[in-house]
Design a protein around this ligand. Structure first.
Ligand SMILES: CCCCCCCC/C=C\CCCCCCCC(=O)N[C@@H](CO[C@@H]1OC[C@@H](O)[C@H](O)[C@H]1O)[C@H](O)/C=C/CCCCCCCCCCCCC
Ligand SMILES: O=c1ccn([C@@H]2O[C@H](COP(=O)(O)OP(=O)(O)O)[C@@H](O)[C@H]2O)c(=O)[nH]1
Length: 403
């Protein structure tokens, strides 16, 4: 072989080994940090941790769990909070459901905002904007429709809102539900995503998914409020970035977010992951390379080739040992995130884990090849940098345009 080719092969091999070593460091850090950081007991409550919170609940449609999920917000143990429900479509069945809960829990301060307002492209921001303007408290919590709270979840989040912190978010996880799709979701959020989320929090990298995020309203108001982020679909990433750019900290709370949507299907879950991957790639183009390389099978395959080139090690055995160790680390991390018994057995875990690991790279490739983003009833296109454009705006938008 020509020296040039040999050098190139060696450079690739060294690169793959470096990524492989980095991933094992991530595994170890995530397990140690997860054990120390998650599921802490609320032994003492910070003085500031009792200040008022306005909770923004953007809703769109109903599912079989919506009522009980929303009810969990009425029964929280926290001294001062208001619930601001936001529904864009005046014919949405969620309106009746929310009104019913508001009647049942009439002592809880709750308001309903119907119609939204058009301040940008992001439909979630459009839906929440009026409630944001009406929010009366120093802190706001943006909480997606599928989130379920425990009595002390808000207190847990507020406890991490220190003087230097602008945003406390919950690491995405799932409630216990039955069936293979639920197992798959729990495995994904409790392994691949938790690993990155925990390490990002440890080394203070912005990795914020806005499904349950508590923030200082004054800091958002300083830069024009929520509507400033209406041009992005990944408003969560840019909100967090605006805080870190100004020197504030963002951190996770100790309780992970309990996603408990009543719609739990493999197809819709994969469509969601594909949509998220498109957002990440548009915001951070280096993800085109590093994200596939962070997947167990791709990572193991590249490393097996590299050790064969550099050290003449037997690649198949190396690959199989790699997969086995990765699997064990994932089991340990999932058990830490779950903090109790899992709702499935070890065989279900093996099947779900293999399915997730094999489908992950394929979904990523699918995301790269199909850049249009479908989110609920709308389709968007993203420019590099994350600015969004709606491709097929609804003919007769129910939104009231705001000048
Ligand atoms: C050699 C080192 C290897 C490093 C390997 C890093 C590889 C990263 C691999 C996978 C990335 C997983 C990222 C996990 C979280 C992302 C979840 C996500 O994509 N969320 C997006 C969508 O959220 C919804 O968006 C709409 C909104 O309305 C909803 O409410 C939201 O839920 C979200 O927009 C994106 C958020 C941030 C993405 C940035 C992630 C950066 C992570 C860098 C991690 C580096 C770790 C440490 C490396 C040493
Ligand atoms: O057009 C939309 C799309 C979403 N949402 C709300 O935005 C949140 C997140 O939506 P979804 O669960 O679809 O996003 P994902 O978590 O899958 O990114 C939910 O509370 C939705 O009700 C909204 O208000 N309008």
């Amino acid at each position: 072989m020509a020296p040039m080719v040999i050098y190139t092969v060696y450079i690739f091999a060294i690169f793959f080994i470096s990524v492989w070593c980095s991933m094992w460091i991530l595994h170890i850090l995530a397990i140690i940090y997860g054990r120390y950081r998650l599921h802490q007991k609320l032994s003492q409550i910070q003085a500031d941790a009792l200040l008022g919170v306005s909770i923004l609940k953007p809703l769109m449609g109903v599912d079989p769990h919506l009522s009980s999920n929303l009810e969990s917000f009425f029964t929280m143990n926290y001294p001062k909070y208001e619930l601001l429900f936001c529904i864009e479509d005046e014919n949405d069945p969620a309106i009746m459901l929310v009104k019913g809960l508001m009647d049942r829990y009439s002592k809880v301060d709750a308001k309903l905002f119907i119609g939204g307002s058009c301040v940008g492209v992001n439909p979630k921001i459009n839906n929440m904007h009026r409630a944001y303007e009406a929010a009366n408290n120093e802190f706001i919590l943006i909480s997606d429709s599928g989130i379920r709270m425990k009595e002390d979840t808000l207190q847990d989040m507020m406890n991490f809102m220190t003087e230097t912190t602008a945003l406390v978010h919950q690491m995405p996880f799932t409630s216990d539900r039955e069936g293979f799709p639920a197992t798959l979701e729990k495995i994904y959020f409790g392994t691949a995503q938790s690993r990155i989320y925990l390490v990002a929090d440890l080394i203070r990298i912005n990795c914020h998914t806005g499904m349950s995020a508590l923030m200082r309203k004054s800091l958002l108001d300083e830069i024009g409020g929520l509507k400033t982020f209406g041009c992005y679909l990944a408003e969560d990433f840019f909100i967090a970035k605006s805080f870190t750019d100004r020197g504030w900290r963002i951190r996770i709370s100790s309780q992970p977010a309990m996603q408990n949507s009543g719609i739990c299907e493999v197809n819709s879950f994969q469509a969601r992951l594909t949509r998220w991957a498109k957002l990440r790639v548009a915001m951070l183009p280096t993800f085109i390379i590093i994200e596939p390389l962070s997947e167990c099978l791709v990572n193991g395959f590249c490393a097996a080739w590299a050790v064969n080139v550099l050290l003449k090690w037997e690649p198949v055995s190396f690959f199989l040992i790699h997969v086995l160790l990765w699997f064990l680390c994932d089991w340990i991390l999932l058990s830490i995130v779950q903090n109790g018994s899992l709702p499935f057995n070890k065989f279900d875990f093996v099947v779900g884990w293999l399915f997730r690991e094999c489908s992950g790279p394929c979904l990523f490739l699918h995301a790269l090849l199909n850049p249009a983003i479908k989110w609920r009833s709308r389709v968007f296109r993203l420019a590099w940098g994350g600015i969004a454009e709606e491709l097929k705006p609804k003919k007769e938008s129910t939104l009231k345009y705001q000048t």
